[in-house]
Write a protein that binds this ligand. Structure first.
Ligand code: DOR
Length: 437
């Protein structure tokens, strides 16, 4: 028999029910139709011998800069970088210009994404002190993953820094509120710690207490109203210890850069190219973030892909903007950490496939299961690659991991049943669709 299926993934080691199982996966009309040793055929077979087949990797924090800064990135280039890195779905952030903080801008972004994105996508709705009424009516909004609240200012103009406004947003939103957790008052008070021309002072200015103070505040509010919040890019040992005791209403994210780089080395080596918010901190924080991964206290990994041009990053600190690209490197970096026994493959799948679906309520993704969407990431744990700036598809054209050697690499990305990346090349155009919740 032939042509029964659109695509068959043969002989892969497939991640099913928490175990790797040598089996085949048959795909039809964008869905996983059958899992099992198949004698059936298809005109299209992907030989996954010696490869691992994972549910599609989901990056729950990217900034693709459209509209507003499309010279840095756009929805097409950012999502191209995503699939090259084995990522099948992204949550994109609202600190664009104009910000995505009303329905008109939200729908414009959905229109811009249509037939241009290579991976599946959802967009955050940005919170402001004025749009609380709107935040109470987001349920069912197509392509919306939740509300983003900047409690401390970062790139862009979105900011909800007053406690009464933060409380209004968290208590009224009918979707999960994801928070950039830094205390704006402390940020302003500590500006005196900024040393012009010395990016080493970045984590002195935006210190651990600045993050912890904000996190304590938002967690208390969430608990008071029994609302679900998600704390983005947690960076301090104090927050890890605190959040470990407050899991009922709160989930949280760590980024691969905070698990791979630490101060002062990263600033010695990369200068302001290592500058981001919240900052990369000393090794004692890095070590505790790894404890959070080991003990499965952290819920998701997100890249906080935040591209800026080389020219801007080369400006004298603090004129240099905060942020670094990461959507293309998040999986290779984490696979390398798996090969170095810093975490298990099982933990990675929970952090980047299953938990994003559970926390945000994404439908039919996160697992290799019959009837689920055919989003798959195929990896080769033995493939060694030296990451290079020239490989980066993001318009910014650089990575903090230039010349970083990894073992473990994605070799194919399958989105909605079609192979969109194979052996480092994009082989199908813009098949991404909005995620359903
Ligand atoms: O470093 C950062 N850059 N942190 C953020 O929260 C925003 C991001 C950006 O958009 O550039």
């Amino acid at each position: 028999m032939s042509d029964n299926f659109n695509l068959i993934i043969k002989n892969g080691s497939c991640y099913i029910n928490g175990k790797l199982e040598q089996t085949d996966i048959a795909i039809n009309n964008g869905k996983i139709e059958k899992i099992g040793k198949l004698s059936l055929n298809s005109s299209k077979v992907f030989d996954a011998t010696d490869k691992i087949v994972l549910p599609g990797i989901i990056d729950t924090q990217v900034h693709f800069r459209e509209p507003g800064s499309t010279d840095r990135e756009d929805l097409e280039s950012g999502s191209r970088a995503a699939v090259l890195g084995g990522v099948t779905s992204v949550f994109e952030m609202p600190n664009t210009n104009p910000p995505t903080s009303n329905l008109i801008e939200f729908n414009k972004k959905l229109d811009l994404a249509k037939n241009r994105m290579h991976c599946n996508y959802a967009f955050y709705f940005g919170a402001t002190p004025e749009n609380v009424d709107q935040l109470a009516k987001l349920k069912g909004l197509e392509g919306c993953c939740g509300v983003k609240l900047f409690a401390g200012s970062s790139t862009g103009k979105l900011l909800v820094d007053k406690e009464k406004d933060i409380e209004k947003v968290i208590s009224n939103s009918d979707r999960i509120v994801s928070i950039h957790s830094e205390d704006e008052e402390i940020l302003n008070l500590r500006k005196k710690f900024i040393k012009e021309g010395d990016v080493h002072s970045h984590p002195e200015w935006r210190n651990a207490e600045c993050a912890m103070s904000s996190t304590r505040r938002v967690v208390k509010i969430a608990e008071r109203y029994n609302k679900q919040i998600h704390v983005l890019h947690v960076t301090t040992k104090e927050e890890v210890d605190f959040l470990a005791m407050h899991k009922k209403n709160v989930t949280f994210e760590i980024t691969p850069q905070h698990l791979t780089l630490y101060a002062p080395d990263c600033y010695d080596k990369l200068g302001s190219f290592a500058q981001m918010n919240p900052p990369i901190r000393k090794k004692e924080h890095y070590d505790r973030l790894w404890v959070a991964v080991k003990n499965s206290v952290v819920d998701v990994l997100g890249s906080d892909h935040a591209p800026h041009s080389k020219e801007d990053k080369n400006k004298k600190y603090p004129a240099s903007p905060s942020g670094m690209p990461g959507v293309q490197t998040i999986l290779p970096i984490m696979l390398d950490h798996i090969n170095n026994e810093k975490l298990s493959l099982d933990q990675l799948v929970k952090l980047m496939c299953e938990n994003p679906c559970k926390i945000f309520g994404i439908k039919r993704k996160g697992y290799l299961k019959e009837g689920y969407d055919a989003d798959l990431t195929i990896i080769d744990m033995n493939k060694s690659v030296t990451i290079k700036n020239e490989m980066i598809a993001s318009k910014c054209g650089w990575t903090p991991f230039d010349n970083y050697k990894v073992k473990g690499f994605p070799v194919a990305t399958i989105v909605n049943g079609s192979i969109v990346m194979k052996d480092g090349k994009v082989v199908a155009e813009s098949l991404g669709k909005p995620l359903e919740f």
